[in-house]
Design a protein around this ligand. Sequence first.
Ligand code: GCO
Ligand code: MG
Length: 400
Amino acid sequence: MKIRNVEVLVACPGRNFVTTRITTDDGVVGLGDATLNGRELAVASYVKDHLAPLLEGVEAENIERIWQYLYRGAYWRRGPVTMAAIASIDMALWDIKAKSLGVPLYQLLGGRTRRHLLTYTHATGRDIPELFDAVRRRQEQGFKAIRLQVGIPGLADIYGVGTAAGHTAGFAKPLVEVWDTPAYMRFVPSMFEAARNEFGAEVPMLHDVHHRLSPIEAARLAKDLEPYRLFWLEDVTPAENQEALRLVRSASTTPLAIGEVFNTLWDAQEILQKQYIDYLRMSVTHGGGVTAMRKALDFAATFHIRSGMHGPEDVSPVGMAAAIHLGVSIHNFGIQEYGGYRESTMELFNPAFELKDGYLTPGERPGLGVDYDDALAERHPYSASYLPVNELRDGTVHDW
Ligand code: GCO
Ligand code: MG
């Protein structure tokens, strides 16, 4: 079974998605997610201009070999553009292999280790009452675990709350948000105290700091939040400097999750080996595909670290399907983020996975269980859109 052609499909059904489609000489079609929010066309070009010409005529079965060929063969390794491109090829090849054998992908990954996946979704509010209404709505929808993000008095728009929340389409220039670390650090513990009083001790609650704190600030926040027993505290610092996490880790027992911007195991090697985190946030889409993520999560397992794969709306349903197949097959699954998709996105990809009572299942369709509706995609052309940037009150650029 040889690769006949590799296509790159870019569409914006409410937000931009980049999808790689591989067709084999006997007509089997596989899909892979190559979406890199705000830098979509760079990955599209990488796949179209640099990978597709190398893959035509190659044996589609040899997934590991193709992964190594694309990773080592480029000489230039790692990085989000390269790894999202390789991930999309890898996903599409796993999709093809499973389809050609007539089984859902998880069967090729060792079968199921659990019935379904615990998921968390987002609740946000400009203030505490609005946030709590959002939490109640999420609970009514069946979600068991919920990430709480609240507006900070005096700050109009921050991550997860305000104008750019959801980071969808229509931001042709990055929106500038204003950030104030002391104000944030004063307010968030009081929000969690109120949330525990309102919703009780049992609800798994999560929070995303979105890389905004220095190590010593992160250590203080993790310590201040300890009484509220979070399921996890996410991305407390920008994690390029992995050793910085030692300070946070030694200051508190609040579980930590990191890694949505990591692209290879090497980005996380130190925090895994030193057991500085509890959940690895890398996604299949940005972590080099099913092949690489399986290895990263197996490595994490030896250090008692579980999966918490990134699953916002900008990981397409193709990437989400890959995460769900992987999640049901690995032993060290932790939780799956599920940002949710608008209707037009679900129509475009028609995923087999199902969300019920806050749990995800992959469905039984062969392969990843996703389709691509070309006619629908044509009605939603690419539209440039950027994530916001952050500035301190004096105009200094800060991490977003
Ligand atoms: C999350 C993430 C996202 C990112 C987004 C960037 O925890 O879900 O932080 O909301 O900001 O994926 O493209
Ligand atoms: Mg995050």
